[in-house]
Design a protein around this ligand. Structure first.
Ligand SMILES: [Zn+2]
Length: 318
């Protein structure tokens, strides 16, 4: 259920996607208006509306539904949310807007990643968002809602349709997938531990490092992550996440140098990704146990498929 973060006006909503505390949407309360950031899937929209009601707002008061990017665990509930909140405008990166208004490519890509059955189970049918409900925002553009100024920063490391959003009022960023995954359940070592999300199909290590630097450059004190919750933005955390990107890049380079293909390539990448993940955890003082597998296993699998996609793209650039 909704929990308060470091700023009372920002509510973290657990979307219960593939289990608790893995995927977040956010509700920003600004005077008479309410703003959602990300919306997960159709299934999560009732949770978003519950959070709204719990804080005393009506769906008609939702002015904007911002999406950090159009991966379906962030933006798959967009149309359902807009249908429930008739005054809300969807705010998106130009490329994300294009995909959401015409989702055929997005759906095809996600079906490749998740498989048909899991796709149906997790996302259901994805219908186009009407273009007249969408506001496209450029890099560096700002949006005023009441006393609040949001600034949109386009980034390309996780996906070319990604942006993070700086909120001047709370001096926080809504980072989407640009500040890695940081799970509270893995903060059991001697220093904070997060990991780069090299998910399919556009992972770019160099641009991922740029994204981390751009977040630091805003001077934000907090990052609200897609996966999961609010975390302090500090140089050590940024450095550790950058190392995690470097490790993903190492696996990608080894994959490219291996000469392997298909299953053999995928096996190499998965084995090396797991080794790098465990090495990074160990560097942060975390000992791997069976109990942590539910957090580490899916991350290794998703990151490996993203490295596989990146390797294939570089071997055969179209
Ligand atoms: Zn993503």
């Amino acid at each position: 259920l909704p929990t308060a973060g470091p700023d009372d006006s920002i509510v973290t909503i657990d979307c219960q996607y593939l289990g608790p505390r893995r995927c977040a949407a956010y509700l920003v309360l600004e005077g008479d208006a309410a703003i959602f950031v990300d919306n997960n899937t159709k299934r999560a929209v009732p949770l978003l509306l519950d959070a709204l009601k719990l804080h005393g707002y009506e769906p008609e008061q939702v002015s904007h539904a911002i999406v950090t990017h159009c991966h379906l665990d962030h933006a798959g509930g967009s149309l359902t949310l807009l249908n429930a909140c008739r005054n809300a405008r969807l705010v998106a990166h130009p490329k994300a807007a294009r995909h959401l208004a015409d989702p055929a490519k997005l759906v095809a890509g996600a079906k490749m990643v998740y498989g048909e059955a899991a796709f149906q189970e997790q996302f259901g049918t994805i219908e186009p968002v009407p273009e007249y409900r969408i506001d496209i925002v450029g890099d560096g553009e700002t949006m005023q809602v009441g006393a609040r100024t949001f600034t949109f920063h386009h980034t390309k490391g996780h996906a070319t349709h990604h942006m993070f959003i700086h909120d001047a009022e709370s001096n926080a960023v809504f980072a989407g997938d640009d500040f890695g995954s940081i799970y509270d359940e893995l903060q059991i070592g001697t220093s904070p531990f997060g990991f780069c999300i090299s998910a399919p199909v556009e992972f770019d290590p160099e641009e991922s490092r740029v994204s981390i630097r751009k977040i630091l450059d805003t001077g934000a004190e907090w990052a609200y992550l897609g996966h999961f919750g609010a975390h302090e933005v500090t140089q050590p955390v940024a450095d550790q996440l950058t190392q995690s990107i470097d490790r993903c890049e190492r696996v990608l380079n080894e994959a490219l140098a291996s000469g392997l293909q298909e299953m053999a390539l995928h096996e190499l990448i998965t084995r090396r990704m797991r080794e790098e993940m465990l090495a990074e955890m160990s560097a942060c003082g975390i000992e791997m146990t069976g109990a942590l597998e539910e957090w580490v296993g899916p991350a290794v699998a998703l990151n490996s498929s993203g490295i596989m996609a990146a390797a294939i793209k570089r071997m055969d650039p179209r």
